[in-house]
Write a protein that binds this ligand. Structure first.
Ligand code: ZN
Length: 278
């Protein structure tokens, strides 16, 4: 029997409640002090401990810098630390050099705080496309082993059509797009963020079962703010407000059901990747 049969991948993007990249909407609150992030990360860690689950936490360099206890806390709880960039900026709007500077800054902080080489990356707001080969080559140059930045569904902000929603190799890196399910011939995402929040649990469950029956792990992704309906809200117009906040009340309950019904682990453990001391 395959050791990873029925095993899925759990990930969190660690950033603050005000991190968003919608076109023409400016969000500048980087220095705001509040208790929400640390409280919600602790809630996630408690949940993982309860269900004996390991996860991968993609962390912003800026966030790790602002909350220096966060990375050690997550790592010491047995989870994998990966990189979500330094600031939360759209990579397709940066030059390769600008991105490299962001990456270096984030890596310096995350590797200092973990004492380990960081091997995984996820772009803020899935802001990478397959055509951006320089991005993948750059990650490879910095000895990353995997990336999870491509989104297999086209939206106004990110993603692309014709991308397989299962792990594949991309420019020498393991690429891990989030999962999709097929609904009347349409591929729709269901395993994280807005899609997870608005999708009924029975459909999420069905989607994961289908993937697992094909030997494919579901890749679940959530943000700390998504398990907390009490966290503050940005004054968005209607469309962005729906995308950002729909289904918040049910997300924690759905996540608990998910952890009860399925087996999950981190990316590093799923693929048995090895890191080395920095
Ligand atoms: Zn993010």
């Amino acid at each position: 029997m395959n050791k990873v049969e029925g095993l899925n991948i759990l990930t969190f993007d660690v950033e603050e409640w005000y991190q968003a990249n919608y076109p023409r909407i400016k969000v500048e609150q980087d220095n705001l002090e509040d208790e929400f992030l640390e409280k919600n990360v602790q809630k996630i860690l408690d949940l993982c401990r309860l269900f004996q689950v390991k996860a991968t936490f993609f962390i912003l360099g800026l966030t790790a810098e602002k909350y220096p206890n966060l990375v050690p806390l997550i790592k010491n709880s047995g989870h994998e630390i990966a990189c979500h960039g330094y600031r939360h900026c759209l990579i397709y709007k940066l030059t390769p050099l600008e991105f490299e500077n962001e990456l270096k800054k984030a890596l310096t902080i995350l590797e200092r705080q973990t004492g380990e080489k960081i091997i995984g990356f996820r772009a803020p707001s899935w802001s990478v496309t397959k055509e951006m080969t320089w991005f993948f080559r750059l990650l490879k140059n910095y000895n990353f082993l995997y990336d999870s930045s491509l989104f297999p569904f086209k939206t106004f902000l990110y993603g692309e059509k014709n991308l397989e929603a299962k792990p594949f190799w991309m420019e020498g890196l393991l690429e891990l797009p989030p999962s999709t399910l097929t609904f009347f011939r349409f591929k729709i995402p269901f395993s994280g963020g807005f899609y997870f929040r608005v999708m009924p649990y029975w459909l999420i469950k069905k989607g994961i079962k289908k993937l697992n029956s094909q030997g494919i792990p579901a890749i679940v992704y959530l943000h700390p703010r998504e398990i907390d309906p009490q966290s503050p809200r940005l004054p968005f117009p209607l469309k962005e407000r729906i995308i950002h906040y729909a289904g918040l009340k049910e997300t924690l309950t759905k996540l608990k059901k998910l952890l009860k019904n399925f087996r999950f682990t981190s990316i590093k453990e799923y693929f048995q990747l090895r890191s080395f001391d920095k």
